[in-house]
Design a protein. Structure first.
Ligand SMILES: Nc1ncnc2c1ncn2[C@@H]1O[C@H](COP(=O)(O)OP(=O)(O)OP(=O)(O)O)[C@@H](O)[C@H]1O
Ligand SMILES: Nc1nc2c(c(=O)[nH]1)N=C(CO)CN2
Length: 323
């Protein structure tokens, strides 16, 4: 369960309802709203810009409720949920809309502690495609990969849908080190890139990851390769601060996150297992959005070999599985 910002009992006067007079004469609506987001950065920094002001949230709900009247409280709840998800930082929204004076032909009697009248509740989650690359070249590599996969599958907010076979790969990056096992998982997530990255760092740390030599040996490396669908409105493009690499960042970002991963497209140890897991996908390269299936054919894949069998077969997509 993620962190939440909750506003309870927001009292609004508005003109929604199926009956004609309801669109003429305002009546009370009471909204409960809960926004899921990662509040740890704000909690640690005590900085409002790392969060969302509940005053802004309240104002936005009033604004949405004041727009042109609709028949159903379902529609109002849907609109409020949509407005909540417009904040990039929000991962899911729970909304309850109550109509205490609803004209139902029967009076509603307030019960202690419970507001009278009809209510609807909806939950809407952000859902974006995500590609995560895994790698290890220290310790018990297969056990580490299996355990890391279990951690990813257990991560609240991430649905793992396709898992590649393990590939064994020559180390890339110039540092003398053992061969890697690599794999790629593909799925959907409601988490923001920053939140997902924080969770990946936690999983890396739980597997003994130490950050010393860049591109050096590691027990576990988890990278976000892409978030959202390349070329679509939900694609996340963010500039990283390292190297001054800005892979087409749409806006300057305070976060160290670089998306899509600026080096993934040139790394056969990422592209080959990704293609094995989900060959129909696309990726963004410096030349634009290309089909993974075309891109893999143009890549030097000499350093990538079939790896040991792991327990991921049950998640493997058959078409994209080992060939
Ligand atoms: N898309 C991303 N996925 C993972 N980490 C990222 C991403 N963008 C930026 N980072 C940041 O990069 C930092 C360094 O990551 P890491 O130590 O895994 O680098 P590396 O694996 O040695 O090199 P590379 O980034 O080339 O794979 C991380 O602390 C993380 O904050
Ligand atoms: N073959 C291979 N080489 C690498 C890898 C990796 O996962 N596989 N990761 C690196 C830094 O992320 C550096 N080099």
């Amino acid at each position: 369960m993620s962190d939440t910002i909750t506003l309870t009992g927001l009292a609004i006067s508005a003109r929604h309802g199926v009956l004609d007079f309801e669109k003429q004469i305002p009546q009370p609506f009471v909204v409960d709203l809960s926004l899921e987001a990662d509040l740890a950065p704000a909690g640690r920094s005590d900085d409002l810009t790392a969060s969302l002001s509940y005053a802004d949230v309240a104002a936005r709900v009033v604004e949405v409720a004041s727009e042109e009247p609709v028949d159903l409280i379902e529609t109002l709840a849907e609109r409020i949920a949509d407005a909540g998800l417009e904040w990039a930082f929000v991962e899911a929204v729970d909304v309850t809309v109550r109509k205490p004076h609803a004209p139902a032909g029967v009076p509603f009697t307030p019960t202690t502690g419970v507001m009278a009248g009809p209510a609807v509740s909806v939950r809407r989650e952000r859902r974006r495609a995500v590609v995560i690359a895994m790698g290890t070249n220290l310790g018990r590599r297969v056990a580490t990969m299996r355990s890391a996969l279990e951690s990813l599958r257990a991560l609240d907010g991430l649905d793992v849908v396709h898992v590649s076979p393990l590939v064994e790969t020559d180390p890339v990056g110039g540092v003398e080190q053992p061969d890697y096992l690599n794999a790629v998982v593909v799925g959907f997530t409601r988490l923001t890139g920053e939140h997902l990255l924080a969770e990946l760092h936690r999983i890396e740390a739980e597997h003994g990851r130490r950050r010393d030599v860049r591109w050096g040996a590691r027990t576990l490396d988890l990278d976000i390769i892409s978030l959202g669908t390349p070329g679509e409105s939900d694609e996340v493009r963010a500039g990283g601060e390292r190297d001054g690499v800005t892979p087409g960042a749409a806006e300057a970002s305070k976060s160290p996150l670089a998306l899509p991963h600026p080096r993934a497209h040139e790394r056969a140890f990422v592209v080959v297992p990704w293609w094995q897991a989900a060959p129909w996908m696309t990726l963004r390269t410096p030349e634009g959005v290309v089909a993974l299936d075309d891109h893999v054919r143009a890549l030097d894949v000499a350093g990538v070999r079939r790896g040991p069998v792991w327990d991921a077969e049950e998640y493997l997509d058959l078409e994209g599985g080992l060939r």
